[in-house]
Design a protein around this ligand. Structure first.
Ligand code: CP
Ligand code: NVA
Length: 304
C-alpha cells in the first residue's frame, strides 16, 4: 500500500491498474459533465523548482474539478529557495495542506519531503523519474491497445527520468521493454537492476532499429532535460540518430503507436512527420495527465 507517489516502483501491477481504472472513470465523468468532488475543501500545494505547462495546469485543473483547490508555489518565492530545510518545510506545509506535488531536481529532496510530511507527497518530476507522466502513458496505451499483455514497448534516446519510469512501469504491468540509448547515457543503475529481474522481457542496446523491431508502442524524450541546458550541444552530437523517424516506424509493428511526454523537439528526438502522424495519440497522452493525476490524488488524499 502506498501513502505517497515518489516513483513507479512504489506501485504494484494491481495498484497501477486500480489507478488506471479510476482514471478512466473520472475521464468519462469529466467528459459527460458528471460531478466528482471527491476532494471537496482540500488543498494541494504544488512546489515547482523547474518550468512546467502540463503538470501545473493538469494538477490545478484536476484539483478544481475534484472540488478542492491548488496553490502554485514557485521555489523562487518560497523560503525553501533561500535555504530553509526541506524537513521544516514539510512539517509546516503539512499543517496547512492536504497534499503536496513537487517538481524538483534531486529525488532525495522528494524522499525527504515524504519522510517529514504527514500528508501525501506526489512526485511531479525529478531528474530520476516522472511517475505521473508514466501513469498517463500507461492509461493511453491501455485505451489504444486494450491492455498490456504481449505488447512491446520501446524507448529511444536519453536514459533519463522518462526512461527510468517507463522501464519500471512497463515491466510492472507486463509489457516487454526494449531501450536504445547511446553509451554513457543509459538509464539509472537501480532501474537496470530492477529490470534484470524481468529477464528476457527487458533489453538494453545502443542499436535503435534493434530496439524498435516489432514494437507496439514507441517512446522518446528530449536529448537535453531541464537543468542540462549547458550540455545541449554535446548531447546533440551524442544522440544523433536516436530519433523516431520513418526508418524506425518501418521496423516497428504496423499499427505501432507513438508517445512523447512533451515538450517535443522536432527533427531532434522525433521527426515532424512522425510527430504529426501520431499527434492524436500524443495529445491524448497529454490529456490523460489530468485524469491519471486526479485518480492518484483521490487514492492518496481521498482517504481522509
Ligand atoms: N510532460 C510534462 O511533464 O510536461 P510539463 O513539463 O509541461 O509539465
Ligand atoms: N526529460 C524531460 C521531461 C520533461 C517533461 C525533462 O526532465 O526536462
Amino acid at each position: 500500500m502506498y501513502n505517497d507517489l515518489l516513483k513507479m516502483a512504489d506501485l504494484s501491477k494491481e495498484e497501477i491498474n486500480d489507478i488506471l481504472n479510476l482514471a478512466m472513470q473520472l475521464k468519462y465523468e469529466t467528459k459527460n459533465g458528471i460531478e466528482h468532488k471527491h476532494l471537496a475543501g482540500q488543498t494541494l500545494g504544488m512546489i515547482f523548482q523547474k518550468a512546467s505547462t502540463r503538470t501545473r495546469v493538469s494538477f490545478e485543473t484536476g484539483m478544481y474539478q475534484l472540488g478542492g483547490q491548488a496553490l502554485f508555489l514557485s521555489s523562487r518565492d518560497l523560503q525553501i529557495g533561500r535555504g530553509e530545510p526541506v524537513e521544516d518545510t514539510a512539517r509546516v506545509l503539512s499543517r496547512y495542506l492536504d497534499g503536496i506535488m513537487i517538481r524538483t531536481f534531486a529525488q532525495k529532496e522528494v524522499e525527504d519531503l515524504a519522510e517529514y510530511a504527514s500528508i501525501p507527497i506526489i512526485n511531479g518530476l525529478t531528474d530520476y523519474c516522472h511517475p505521473c507522466q508514466v501513469l498517463a502513458d500507461l492509461q493511453t496505451i491501455r485505451e489504444f491497445k486494450g491492455g498490456f499483455d504481449g505488447l512491446k514497448m520501446c524507448y529511444i534516446g536519453d536514459g533519463n527520468n522518462m526512461a527510468n519510469s517507463l522501464i519500471v512501469g512497463g515491466l510492472t504491468v507486463g509489457m516487454n521493454v526494449s531501450v536504445a540509448c547511446p553509451e554513457g547515457y543509459r538509464p539509472d543503475s537501480q532501474v537496470l537492476d530492477f529490470a534484470k529481474a524481468y529477464g528476457g522481457a527487458f533489453k538494453m542496446t545502443d542499436n535503435v532499429l534493434e530496439a524498435a523491431q516489432g514494437a507496439d508502442v514507441l517512446f522518446t524524450d528530449v536529448w537535453a532535460s531541464m537543468g542540462q541546458e549547458d550540455e545541449a550541444e554535446k548531447r546533440r552530437l551524442a544522440f544523433k540518430g536516436y530519433q523516431i523517424n520513418d526508418a524506425v516506424m518501418d521496423v516497428a509493428a504496423k499499427d505501432a503507436m507513438v508517445q512523447h511526454c512533451l515538450p517535443a523537439h522536432r527533427e531532434e528526438e522525433i521527426t515532424a512527420k512522425v510527430f504529426e502522424a501520431h499527434a492524436n495519440e500524443i495529445f491524448e497522452e497529454a490529456e490523460n495527465r489530468l485524469h491519471a493525476q486526479k485518480a492518484v490524488m483521490v487514492k492518496l488524499m481521498g482517504k481522509k
